[in-house]
Design a protein around this ligand. Structure first.
Ligand code: ZNH
Length: 141
Protein backbone atom coordinates (compact mmCIF):
# COMPACT_ATOMS: atom_id res chain seq x y z
CA UNK A 1 0.00 0.00 0.00
CA UNK A 2 1.06 3.57 -0.57
CA UNK A 3 2.51 5.24 2.52
CA UNK A 4 1.84 8.89 3.28
CA UNK A 5 5.31 9.60 1.92
CA UNK A 6 4.53 7.73 -1.30
CA UNK A 7 1.31 9.66 -1.73
CA UNK A 8 3.10 12.97 -1.25
CA UNK A 9 5.73 11.94 -3.82
CA UNK A 10 3.04 10.96 -6.32
CA UNK A 11 1.11 14.20 -5.93
CA UNK A 12 4.27 16.28 -6.01
CA UNK A 13 5.69 14.85 -9.23
CA UNK A 14 2.24 14.86 -10.82
CA UNK A 15 2.18 18.65 -10.42
CA UNK A 16 5.17 18.75 -12.80
CA UNK A 17 3.82 16.16 -15.22
CA UNK A 18 0.36 17.70 -15.48
CA UNK A 19 1.41 20.52 -17.81
CA UNK A 20 2.86 18.10 -20.37
CA UNK A 21 0.60 15.08 -20.39
CA UNK A 22 0.53 14.78 -24.17
CA UNK A 23 4.31 14.86 -24.61
CA UNK A 24 4.95 12.46 -21.75
CA UNK A 25 2.11 10.11 -22.63
CA UNK A 26 3.19 10.07 -26.25
CA UNK A 27 6.79 9.29 -25.34
CA UNK A 28 5.73 6.45 -23.05
CA UNK A 29 3.64 4.97 -25.86
CA UNK A 30 6.48 5.37 -28.39
CA UNK A 31 8.74 3.43 -26.04
CA UNK A 32 6.03 0.83 -25.47
CA UNK A 33 5.43 0.23 -29.18
CA UNK A 34 9.15 0.24 -30.03
CA UNK A 35 10.39 -1.89 -27.16
CA UNK A 36 7.42 -4.25 -27.03
CA UNK A 37 5.93 -4.33 -30.54
CA UNK A 38 3.36 -6.96 -29.54
CA UNK A 39 1.54 -4.17 -27.68
CA UNK A 40 0.68 -2.58 -31.03
CA UNK A 41 -1.93 -5.27 -31.64
CA UNK A 42 -4.39 -3.38 -29.41
CA UNK A 43 -4.15 -0.35 -31.66
CA UNK A 44 -4.77 -1.79 -35.11
CA UNK A 45 -7.24 1.01 -35.75
CA UNK A 46 -4.62 3.67 -35.04
CA UNK A 47 -2.07 5.44 -37.18
CA UNK A 48 0.98 4.17 -35.28
CA UNK A 49 3.59 6.16 -37.15
CA UNK A 50 5.85 7.99 -34.70
CA UNK A 51 4.15 10.89 -32.94
CA UNK A 52 0.89 10.48 -34.85
CA UNK A 53 -2.00 12.63 -33.70
CA UNK A 54 -3.89 9.53 -32.55
CA UNK A 55 -1.05 8.25 -30.41
CA UNK A 56 -0.45 11.70 -28.94
CA UNK A 57 -4.14 12.01 -28.08
CA UNK A 58 -4.19 8.56 -26.55
CA UNK A 59 -1.07 9.36 -24.52
CA UNK A 60 -2.78 12.44 -23.17
CA UNK A 61 -5.90 10.42 -22.26
CA UNK A 62 -3.95 7.72 -20.46
CA UNK A 63 -1.90 10.29 -18.56
CA UNK A 64 -5.05 12.24 -17.81
CA UNK A 65 -6.45 9.17 -16.10
CA UNK A 66 -3.21 8.70 -14.16
CA UNK A 67 -3.50 12.31 -13.01
CA UNK A 68 -7.20 12.07 -12.17
CA UNK A 69 -6.39 9.03 -10.02
CA UNK A 70 -4.09 11.14 -7.82
CA UNK A 71 -7.35 12.49 -6.36
CA UNK A 72 -8.33 9.00 -5.24
CA UNK A 73 -5.14 7.71 -3.65
CA UNK A 74 -7.12 6.26 -0.75
CA UNK A 75 -9.78 4.78 -2.96
CA UNK A 76 -8.36 3.92 -6.36
CA UNK A 77 -10.79 1.10 -7.09
CA UNK A 78 -13.72 3.48 -6.81
CA UNK A 79 -11.99 6.32 -8.62
CA UNK A 80 -11.03 4.06 -11.52
CA UNK A 81 -14.15 1.92 -11.56
CA UNK A 82 -15.36 2.97 -15.01
CA UNK A 83 -11.93 2.54 -16.59
CA UNK A 84 -11.65 -0.81 -14.88
CA UNK A 85 -14.88 -1.94 -16.52
CA UNK A 86 -13.64 -0.73 -19.91
CA UNK A 87 -10.33 -2.58 -19.71
CA UNK A 88 -11.82 -5.77 -18.33
CA UNK A 89 -14.98 -6.09 -20.38
CA UNK A 90 -14.26 -4.27 -23.63
CA UNK A 91 -10.54 -3.98 -24.23
CA UNK A 92 -9.33 -7.15 -22.51
CA UNK A 93 -5.73 -6.02 -22.49
CA UNK A 94 -3.37 -8.74 -21.24
CA UNK A 95 -2.34 -7.66 -17.70
CA UNK A 96 1.32 -8.19 -18.62
CA UNK A 97 1.06 -5.14 -20.84
CA UNK A 98 0.31 -2.93 -17.87
CA UNK A 99 3.75 -3.80 -16.51
CA UNK A 100 5.34 -2.90 -19.82
CA UNK A 101 3.55 0.43 -20.03
CA UNK A 102 4.36 1.24 -16.40
CA UNK A 103 8.01 0.46 -17.07
CA UNK A 104 8.05 2.80 -20.07
CA UNK A 105 6.31 5.46 -18.10
CA UNK A 106 8.92 5.30 -15.31
CA UNK A 107 11.69 5.62 -17.88
CA UNK A 108 10.07 8.73 -19.32
CA UNK A 109 9.73 10.26 -15.87
CA UNK A 110 13.42 9.56 -15.20
CA UNK A 111 14.39 11.23 -18.46
CA UNK A 112 12.17 14.28 -18.01
CA UNK A 113 12.65 14.83 -14.29
CA UNK A 114 16.20 13.67 -13.46
CA UNK A 115 16.49 15.85 -10.37
CA UNK A 116 13.09 14.96 -8.93
CA UNK A 117 13.23 11.25 -9.78
CA UNK A 118 15.05 10.03 -6.70
CA UNK A 119 14.98 6.35 -5.72
CA UNK A 120 12.20 7.19 -3.24
CA UNK A 121 10.15 8.94 -5.89
CA UNK A 122 10.71 6.06 -8.30
CA UNK A 123 9.57 3.58 -5.66
CA UNK A 124 6.45 5.65 -4.93
CA UNK A 125 5.53 5.95 -8.62
CA UNK A 126 6.20 2.28 -9.18
CA UNK A 127 3.80 1.41 -6.37
CA UNK A 128 1.26 3.89 -7.68
CA UNK A 129 1.35 2.46 -11.21
CA UNK A 130 1.10 -1.09 -9.86
CA UNK A 131 -1.93 0.00 -7.82
CA UNK A 132 -3.60 1.53 -10.88
CA UNK A 133 -2.80 -1.52 -13.00
CA UNK A 134 -4.18 -3.83 -10.33
CA UNK A 135 -7.47 -1.97 -10.36
CA UNK A 136 -7.68 -1.85 -14.16
CA UNK A 137 -7.14 -5.60 -14.40
CA UNK A 138 -9.15 -6.60 -11.32
CA UNK A 139 -12.41 -7.39 -13.08
CA UNK A 140 -10.99 -9.82 -15.60
CA UNK A 141 -12.40 -13.29 -15.56
ZN1 ZNH B 1 -5.88 1.83 -21.68
C1 ZNH B 1 -8.33 3.28 -23.66
C2 ZNH B 1 -6.18 4.51 -19.46
C3 ZNH B 1 -3.23 0.66 -19.86
C4 ZNH B 1 -5.06 -0.29 -24.29
N1 ZNH B 1 -7.03 3.56 -21.60
C5 ZNH B 1 -7.98 3.96 -22.50
C6 ZNH B 1 -8.56 5.20 -22.07
C7 ZNH B 1 -7.97 5.55 -20.90
C8 ZNH B 1 -7.00 4.51 -20.61
C9 ZNH B 1 -8.24 6.78 -20.04
C10 ZNH B 1 -9.67 6.00 -22.82
C11 ZNH B 1 -10.98 5.58 -22.23
C12 ZNH B 1 -12.15 6.29 -22.87
O1 ZNH B 1 -12.04 6.77 -24.02
O2 ZNH B 1 -13.19 6.36 -22.19
N2 ZNH B 1 -4.90 2.47 -19.98
C13 ZNH B 1 -5.20 3.54 -19.19
C14 ZNH B 1 -4.33 3.57 -18.04
C15 ZNH B 1 -3.50 2.49 -18.15
C16 ZNH B 1 -3.87 1.81 -19.37
C17 ZNH B 1 -4.39 4.61 -16.94
C18 ZNH B 1 -2.41 2.01 -17.26
C19 ZNH B 1 -1.81 2.70 -16.33
N3 ZNH B 1 -4.42 0.44 -22.01
C20 ZNH B 1 -3.44 0.11 -21.16
C21 ZNH B 1 -2.57 -0.90 -21.73
C22 ZNH B 1 -3.05 -1.16 -22.99
C23 ZNH B 1 -4.23 -0.31 -23.15
C24 ZNH B 1 -1.37 -1.51 -21.04
C25 ZNH B 1 -2.52 -2.07 -24.06
C26 ZNH B 1 -1.25 -2.23 -24.33
N4 ZNH B 1 -6.59 1.52 -23.61
C27 ZNH B 1 -6.12 0.56 -24.50
C28 ZNH B 1 -6.91 0.61 -25.72
C29 ZNH B 1 -7.85 1.64 -25.55
C30 ZNH B 1 -7.61 2.20 -24.21
C31 ZNH B 1 -6.72 -0.28 -26.92
C32 ZNH B 1 -8.93 2.13 -26.55
C33 ZNH B 1 -8.25 3.15 -27.43
C34 ZNH B 1 -9.13 3.58 -28.59
O3 ZNH B 1 -9.83 2.79 -29.19
O4 ZNH B 1 -9.03 4.80 -28.93
Amino acid sequence: ALTDGDKAAVVNLWSKISGQTEAIGNEALQRLFTGFPQTKTYFKHYDLSPNSAQVRAHGARVLGAVGEATKYLDNLSEGLSKLSDLHAYNLRVDPENFKLLSHCFLVVLAVHFPAEFTPQVQAAWDKYLVAISTVLTSKYR
